[in-house]
Design a protein around this ligand. Structure first.
Ligand code: FAD
Length: 514
């Protein structure tokens, strides 16, 4: 007996925020469409896809993180940039690293390229920063980009005021603004970071995951079903069209075929090209232009601040939020995206007789846009398998002289920002191992025309494969420095609208016709 249907209208692969965005828009705009969503990982939170930070019990939260770590579960993880400094190759909680193929001879590689395998994908573990792209980060051939980003905000539940009560938040912004705002227009000035979070009436923060993207519309849609622990091994192709998926039920090991009018692969920027490759869909640009945001971090101690009132410091001894999250937007002149947020502790030990004012230690992070290269790519090896039995990955990745120059500038800039807010902690900023940003992009990139340098059209439909859509950060064609999820959810909205509009024009699944 199979737990899967024989045929559906839309099969979605992957339950991260971009797969969830397809389910949401289709539930809103094509409520009669029968949708099946397949997720290789288990359900680790309630409602399905919820952020694990919302799980109050630390032991249950740690369990949910470990269950998200797929084949890496049980390996030691790190939590703060400070721990990465030790030089160990470790994943963040809720994620796991590639066992091999992450750094090839003579190349920089992406040593800490990571994945999450759980309902909700990486967005059950993310920080929720949702800045908008600016300048060259924007996709110039999408005239509706701003409206799509508004929709992305709606789906992800983005707010800007969750930390307005935090006592140091305005001060941090003021000090950063004094250092960088001169000559910038409104949108590029220092501001509150838009965050996928809201505050409940009792004051607790609720972080958005795919549960928020699904919303009640999907949860109450009788035509929608989510199948966890279900690995899509390939897309079924007939007459050069996508006609369904082959899915392995990880509970039984049995493989089944589910026919569909349309297939959406939203399996992250490294596994979406893997599914296409495994299906024999191998356009020249597949896996190419792989890009990640090199990241420089530093910490500073806010100067001239008074301790916040006792009642604003959480009773458990843990810190409540004092300094919020601030954003220094990317500009083409200063090609970094800056994220400045409170750290729970100093990344380097401070003198014992040096009491720290709660919330006065802030972490500064600058993310750099990559100099895009055709040669930076994820390749797949047919005769070698990964731990799920899919074609093994090889990551080819090299920083160019332009990348090194941008990184040098970022290291200088972050020192200035640290001095602007207070006293830097530690001798110099730290450059994170490549892959640490968790923002892999470009591998199934969107293009305006089928010129061999893109994988899908502006609606995310794969060139020359009707019925096959791709989703996720891999679709973003520009080199962004800002956190990419809002942008990839916006692109998913466009693709989902196209499917909702044209669904009847795609051939019905064979099982349904019979
Ligand atoms: P994912 O969320 O990765 O989901 C893909 C899903 O597909 C996974 O659940 C996976 O198990 C599933 N899958 C893969 N292959 C298959 C298959 N063959 N069959 C079935 N299922 C499959 N981004 C931001 O924009 N802002 C941030 O502040 C931010 N902070 C982050 C902090 C952390 C600690 C982490 C881990 C990530 C962070 N990110 C952030 C990145 C963000 O989470 C991702 O950009 C986002 O989740 C990508 O969404 P997605 O739907 O494309 O892919």
């Amino acid at each position: 007996m199979s737990r899967y249907p024989e045929g559906v209208d839309v099969a979605i692969v992957g339950s991260g925020p971009t797969g969830a965005a397809y389910a949401r828009i289709l539930s809103e705009e094509a409520p009669d469409a029968v949708i099946a969503l397949f997720e290789v990982g288990p359900t680790v939170s309630n409602p399905p896809g919820a952020h694990v930070k919302n799980i109050e019990d630390p032991a249950l939260r740690a369990q949910a993180q470990e269950r998200s770590e797929g084949p890496g579960a049980g390996s030691a993880t790190v939590n703060s940039p400070g721990a990465v400094k030790s030089g160990e190759r470790r994943a963040r909680p809720g994620t796991y690293l590639l066992a091999d193929g992450y750094q090839l001879a003579g190349e920089d590689g992406l040593p800490v390229a990571a994945f999450s395998s759980n309902v909700g994908g990486m967005a059950a573990h993310w920080t929720g920063a949702c800045p908008r792209p600016g300048g060259s980060e924007r996709i110039s051939f999408l005239p509706d980009l701003d409206e799509l980003l508004d929709e992305g905000d709606r789906l992800l539940g983005v707010t800007t005021n969750a930390f307005d009560q935090a006592p140091f938040t305005a001060l941090v912004r003021e000090r950063l603004a004094a250092a960088v705002d001169d000559g910038r227009d409104g949108a590029a000035r220092v501001q509150r970071m838009p965050l996928a979070v809201h505050r409940r009436e009792d004051g607790r923060l609720v972080w958005s995951g795919s549960d928020v993207v699904f919303g009640d519309v999907v949860r109450e849609n009788p035509n929608f079903t989510l199948f966890d622990e279900s690995l899509v091994v390939r897309v079924l192709i007939e007459d050069d069209r996508a006609v369904g998926v082959a899915v392995r039920d990880l509970r039984t090991g049995a493989e089944h075929e589910v026919r569909a009018r349309v297939v959406v692969v939203a399996a992250d920027a490294l596994r979406t090209p893997q599914v296409l490759w495994a299906s024999g869909i191998r356009p020249a640009a597949l896996g190419r232009f792989l890009n990640d945001q090199a990241q420089v971090v530093y910490a500073a101690r806010l100067r001239d601040v008074e301790p916040p009132p006792e009642d604003q410091v959480a009773a458990s001894g843990a810190l409540s939020e004092q300094s919020g999250v601030s954003w220094v937007p990317f500009t083409d002149d200063l090609p970094f995206h800056g994220q400045i947020m409170q750290l729970d502790a100093s990344p380097v030990p401070l003198a014992e007789d040096d009491p720290v004012i709660p919330g006065s230690i802030v972490g500064l992070g600058l993310f750099c846009a990559k100099d895009l290269q055709w040669e930076d790519r994820v390749e797949f090896v047919d005769d070698e398998r990964d731990s799920y039995g899919m074609p093994a990955m090889r990551l080819h990745y090299t920083l160019t002289p332009v990348d090194h120059a941008v990184l040098d500038r970022a290291r200088a800039e972050i020192v200035e920002l640290a001095h602007a807010v207070g006293e830097p902690i530690g001798d110099r900023p730290f450059t994170m191992p490549l892959g640490a940003s968790l923002h892999y992009q470009g591998t199934t990139r969107m293009g305006q025309a089928d010129d061999g340098r893109s994988v899908c059209d502006p609606d995310s439909q794969v060139w020359n494969v009707p019925g096959l859509f791709v989703a996720g950060n891999g679709v973003i064609p520009t080199a962004t420095a800002c956190n990419p999820t809002l942008t990839s959810v916006a692109l998913a909205v466009r693709g989902a609208r196209r499917i909702a509009r044209d669904l009847a024009a795609y051939p019905a699944p064979v099982a349904e016709r019979a």
